[in-house]
Design a protein around this ligand. Structure first.
Ligand SMILES: *[C@@H]1O[C@H](CO)[C@@H](O)[C@H](O)[C@H]1NC(C)=O
Ligand SMILES: *[C@@H]1O[C@H](CO)[C@@H](O)[C@H](O)[C@H]1NC(C)=O
Ligand SMILES: *[C@@H]1O[C@H](CO)[C@@H](O)[C@H](O)[C@H]1NC(C)=O
Ligand SMILES: *[C@@H]1O[C@H](CO)[C@@H](O)[C@H](O)[C@H]1NC(C)=O
Ligand SMILES: *[C@@H]1O[C@H](CO)[C@@H](O)[C@H](O)[C@H]1NC(C)=O
Ligand SMILES: *[C@@H]1O[C@H](CO)[C@@H](O)[C@H](O)[C@H]1NC(C)=O
Ligand SMILES: *[C@@H]1O[C@H](CO)[C@@H](O)[C@H](O)[C@H]1NC(C)=O
Length: 434
């Protein structure tokens, strides 16, 4: 962290004293910092930025919240792990002459947080935009030319236009980390992040333990969130970028009166909320993990979790429980093993179809968007390491997903889901085989 120049700090403090305290502005400059009792308000008054002190604490944070929503809902926190000790009177946000944002504890005159801006700006400006992005740029520079932006550093919330994922050019990995508690925004061990191995998917972690997996993007939605298509009724659109430069997910609304957010909450759930203007409350209408089949690898390798069955775990046809004792006691996480060894060289293996499924973990899957389903089957049969195949893109009806590892974290859906073709030996091919 860089130390703020003493003279510029004094100058800033002096100027601050001259500012009226309730000015609604959306920018700060080196000569117009933001004191603890002031807020920035975006131009169409959709978002506000300022200091807040969680109830019952004496820690102060810089945050962004919805300007029009009465129950203050914080969507971003700058200094979540380095609060100002004291109330907002003790805090000040300034921007240095080269464009670094700095939060200073006025009681000690020491900086507690700074944005790690690498480029040096001639005439820096920090601005709160109407999409809730707090950006640093040169006064004269273009609309999307930011030296720093809060959207690159999500806290626990994604709002429209924010991305979760990796940019390989800028080496930015945008992840989401839950607050520790309602009154403590510091980083907990719940993290949601993009995994770019195999066919990319989002994982949701508790420390080193995987809790939930979105499944890969199938052209319409994540394989593990088949209900996404129903959100079309409030004009929510989704973007999944998967190129050599970037892998990211984001969502958007066409209508700024539709206020929706994704939140990784303190008890380890991802929730989607939408604001109900008439009753003035958040409607949490979606969450994961939802049922027990959402828990990562609930039924182990080659197990399939069906929430409508009891027990919920079953083995793919041609497989049997690895641990029959525990299996009988409703504990499925040991999964299943083959009844008959594969016989790849003779070319007698076939496939059984699992329908309405969330595809297995794709971290060790290979994707070939040039193949169709038939080509995919041929490719899988020819490769003795291939354990299953499926369609990669449901929207275009093409693309080949091929697994070269054990199949884990498969579940069934009542509505939605897709076909997964699992390789089994000829002896285990039954009426569902293809
Ligand atoms: C902040 O704390 C000081 C004393 O610690 C107190 O005098 C002041 O009223 C408080 N300000 C606010 C905004 O709570
Ligand atoms: C991004 O961060 C997540 C969570 O820390 C990590 O699992 C993942 O490997 C990272 N991705 C890259 C490309 O660094
Ligand atoms: C969704 O978009 C359509 C067409 O653009 C519009 O007529 C409709 O009012 C929108 N619905 C909402 C809830 O904004
Ligand atoms: C935006 O949504 C509001 C509330 O649902 C609706 O009344 C309005 O017509 C929508 N505007 C557009 C442009 O779709
Ligand atoms: C987190 O989300 C889950 C699922 O919606 C909910 O049951 C739980 O109460 C939430 N926790 C908090 C702290 O809001
Ligand atoms: C596969 O080939 C081996 C060696 O040629 C033979 O012993 C075996 O019986 C064949 N298995 C099947 C199922 O045809
Ligand atoms: C099978 O496919 C995997 C993944 O594409 C590849 O790494 C492996 O070399 C292939 N094996 C054979 C024998 O072609």
């Amino acid at each position: 962290m860089k130390n703020i120049g003493c003279t510029s700090f004094l100058l800033a403090s002096l100027l601050l004293a001259l500012l009226p305290s309730s000015t609604a502005r959306d920018t700060i400059t080196p000569t117009t910092p933001l004191s603890g009792d002031q807020t920035l308000v975006s131009s169409a008054k959709l978002f506000a930025l300022g200091f807040f002190t969680p109830a019952g604490t004496s820690n102060t944070y810089l945050g962004i919240w919805y300007n029009n929503i009465k129950t203050q809902t914080i969507v971003w926190v700058a200094n979540r792990d380095s609060p100002v000790a004291g109330n907002s009177t003790d805090a000040i946000l300034s921007i240095s002459r080269n464009g670094a944002l700095i939060i200073t504890d006025r009681s000690t005159n020491l900086p507690v947080w700074s944005s790690q801006t690498t480029s040096s700006l001639a005439t820096p400006l920090a601005q709160l935009l109407d999409n809730g992005n707090f950006v640093v740029r040169n006064v004269a520079s273009g609309d999307n030319d930011f030296a720093w932006q809060s959207f690159d550093h999500p806290t626990d919330t994604l709002i429209p236009g924010m991305k979760i994922g990796v940019n390989f050019d800028t080496h930015i990995n945008r992840t989401v980390t839950a607050w520790k508690s309602d009154t403590d925004p510091s980083s907990s061990s719940y993290i949601a992040a993009m995994d770019t191995n195999g066919d990319p998917q989002l994982y949701f972690w508790s420390g080193l333990k995987k809790i939930w997996r979105s499944g890969p993007w199938d052209g319409l939605h994540f394989s593990g969130v088949p209900e996404t298509t129903t959100y079309i009724q409030f004009n929510l659109s989704f973007s999944f970028i998967n190129t050599k430069n970037e892998v990211s997910y984001s969502f958007n609304t066409q209508n700024s009166s539709i206020v929706t957010r994704l939140l990784l909450n303190q008890s380890g759930h991802v929730q989607r909320a939408i604001w109900l203007w008439d009753t003035e409350r958040w409607n949490f209408f979606w969450q994961v993990p939802g049922d027990q089949c959402d828990n990562y690898a609930a039924c182990g390798p080659y197990g399939v979790c069906d929430p409508n069955m009891s027990p919920v775990c079953e083995c793919v046809q041609g497989f049997m429980p690895r641990n029959p004792t525990n299996w009988a006691l409703m504990e499925g996480k040991d999964g299943c093993r083959r009844k008959t060894t594969l016989d790849c060289r003779n070319g007698t293996d076939g496939f059984v179809r699992v329908s309405g499924a969330k595809v297995p973990d794709t971290a060790q899957a290979v994707v070939d968007f040039s193949l169709g389903l038939d080509g995919c089957k041929t490719r899988c049969l020819m490769n003795c390491s291939c354990t299953a195949y499926a369609l990669a893109n449901l929207n275009s009806g093409s693309g080949c997903l091929m697994w070269v590892a054990d199949l884990v974290d498969m579940r069934l859906y009542t509505i939605g889901g897709q076909d997964v073709y699992v390789r089994v030996a000829a002896a285990d091919l039954g009426k569902h085989s293809v």
